[in-house]
Design a binder for this molecule. Structure first.
Ligand code: FES
Ligand code: MG
Length: 572
């Protein structure tokens, strides 16, 4: 270990006044001098604990388990807080602050004396924000996820996040009383952890496991299971070794690792938000990845894991059935298996002994739960830079569809008119929602699977083609075209759609066309005016000025890339 001086010694190993200052205040925590002498790697534990992020509210305990592991392996753990994004409470959308949190993470890691990092991640945006920030520094780094909740139980039935919409409908129709509705709240969220289905949080936890950035089983051990703390303890031990081996993020996050993550996300029916976050992470670490890769690498992967929202069960059940290693083993002949992961073993070694204990949960390539999974990336004059659709969440008969646009200029226009009995709409219409993209909303909210007009629902119709520049919750479904790029707020062709225009969606041929001539579009473009949302100061203004488009990952232009771990100036 002595070959390379620890990075933290650039602080603690100094002589004279500087060393005094770097060490003295630390010692007010009761830390003995020998900890600063360069024998023990300093492990930063980047904690997104917050009572306002209930999915991560158990992270103090999780951090303690990591620390035990770090101490045991001869490291010196130091925990620090970063901005925590709670999906369920943050207005207007946690996505607006993902890049801000990533800046907090990046600068906290670089500016402080640490040699390796454990990222404690849980609720949706807490994983990508931490991984993006850490990637721009590139120290030895490992993710420890908080784990999924236990499935809820209500009236004798297992429930999870996707049931919220069902309960809300039943309550509206008077089938659930006020008391029952409130009781369902506590019944659903009965344990620590993040959402129980394969929503964005668990898709992100699976992503880091597939990338090789987390230990095997990181994605599925329930938060309440004592083995979650064992995993945290083992992560604490292993990160000390990673520092000694100098196993950095760039060693793990190769182009092939990203291809693996795309294949695994398809096999589990993961969230469409995965696309934006993986693109952003790739661009931080300097790997070339574009939106077409999501279609290309998921094309041969069917739905292997039978988990909500694409299937029936919960992430907890997937753990009991064998977890992600068992899922990955089913597609092992397609995966790149020779890639190094955080435990020093390859993907292939990590899944070699995996076993499936329940074929209701984990299918095979020959007998999958659905033949089609993954992501369809659409191109056409309505989305020159791409748009996405999740075929496994769509209605097969709508995947090739021609209809006339019913246009909503923004979310307020939509809310005002969607249930208007006079709305000129039929089940064949195509609902078009503008100005819900990265700059337009701002923050690209999860409104893409907008509710259908009341008068269509009254006909017993449950799905229509919907198009927007917004996102959809990882637990959402429908024939919804999302992430249209360029977005309408910057004058993308989506902004030029008018009521009655014909739109053709052709998913098998990956096309989305507005049947309006180029001349007519040019004509309409001359009268395009961007909205003034009145954000002329502060972070939101910074966001609008600098955010890139959906096909680029919705990162800030000035954050793309990395600056490494070096700090050029001293503090005194
Ligand atoms: Fe936190 Fe779903 S609200 S993971
Ligand atoms: Mg979500």
């Amino acid at each position: 270990m002595k070959e390379k001086k620890l990075r933290s010694q650039e602080w603690y190993g100094r002589k004279g006044k500087d060393g005094f200052i770097y060490r003295s205040w630390m010692k007010n925590q009761g830390l003995p001098h020998h900890l600063f002498e360069g024998e023990k790697p300093v492990i930063g534990i980047c904690n997104t604990y917050s009572e306002l992020t209930p999915c991560n509210a158990h992270f103090r305990e999780l951090a303690e388990a990591v620390k035990r592991g770090v101490w045991e392996a001869g490291g010196f753990p130091l925990e620090f807080p970063v901005m925590s994004l709670g999906e369920c409470s943050i207005k207007p959308t946690a996505m607006l602050f993902r890049n801000l949190a990533s800046m907090d993470v990046e600068e906290s890691i670089r500016a402080n004396p640490m040699d390796g990092v454990i990222l404690l991640c849980g609720c949706d945006k807490t994983t990508p924000s931490l991984v993006m920030g850490a990637a721009s520094v590139n120290l030895p780094t490992m993710v420890v996820s908080g784990g999924p909740m236990l499935a809820g139980w209500f009236k004798g039935k297992k429930i999870g996040t996707s049931d919220v919409w069902r309960f809300a409908e039943q309550y509206k129709k008077g089938e659930l009383s006020e008391e029952e509705f409130v009781a369902a709240e506590a019944a659903m969220s009965r344990s620590r952890g993040h959402c129980a289905p394969m929503g964005t949080a668990s898709s992100m936890a699976a992503m880091v496991e597939a990338l090789g950035l987390a230990l095997p089983d990181n994605a599925t051990i329930p938060a309440a299971d004592s083995r979650r703390k064992v995993l945290a303890h083992m992560a604490g031990m292993r990160i000390v070794e990673m520092v000694k081996e100098d196993l950095k993020m760039t060693d793990i996050l190769t182009r092939k690792a990203f291809e693996n993550a795309i294949m695994v996300n398809a096999a589990i029916g993961g969230s469409t938000n995965f696309i934006l976050h993986l693109l952003a992470i790739a661009r931080r670490i300097g790997v070339e990845l574009d939106i077409e890769d999501f279609d290309k690498f998921s094309a041969n992967i069917p739905l292997i894991a039978n988990i909500q929202p694409s299937g029936e069960h919960f992430v907890e059940d997937l753990f009991y059935a064998g977890g992600m290693p068992a899922v990955m083993k089913e597609i092992q002949n397609i995966l790149h298996r020779d890639l190094i992961t955080v435990n020093g073993k390859t993907i292939g070694e990590n899944i070699a002994d995996a076993a499936c204990y329940n074929r209701d949960l984990i299918g095979t390539l020959e007998k999958p739960f659905k033949p089609e999974s993954g992501i369809a990336v659409l191109k056409g004059n309505l989305c020159p830079n791409g748009a996405v659709l999740k075929p496994s969440a769509a209605t097969p008969s709508l995947l090739q569809h021609r209809g006339q646009a019913v246009v909503f200029e923004d979310i307020d226009d939509y809310k005002r008119r969607i249930d208007d009995p006079e709305l000129d709409v039929t089940p064949e219409s195509v609902l078009v929602l503008k100005n819900v993209g990265p700059k337009g909303y701002p923050g690209m909210p999860e409104v893409g699977n907008m509710a259908l007009p009341a008068k269509i629902l009254a006909q017993g119709i449950s799905d229509m083609v919907r198009i927007s520049d917004g996102r959809m919750s990882g637990t959402g479904f429908g024939t919804v075209v999302l992430h249209v790029s360029p977005e309408s707020a910057i004058g993308g062709n989506l902004a030029l759609v008018r009521n009655g225009d014909w739109v053709t969606l052709d998913v098998p041929n990956r096309s989305l066309m507005l049947e309006v001539s180029e001349e007519e579009l040019e004509e309409r473009r001359t009268s395009f005016k961007s909205m003034n949302l009145g954000y002329d100061r502060g972070y939101v203004n910074l966001f609008i000025q600098n955010v890139n488009q959906a096909h680029e990952g919705v990162d800030f232009d000035f954050l793309v890339g990395a600056s490494g771990p070096e700090v050029k100036r001293d503090s005194h």
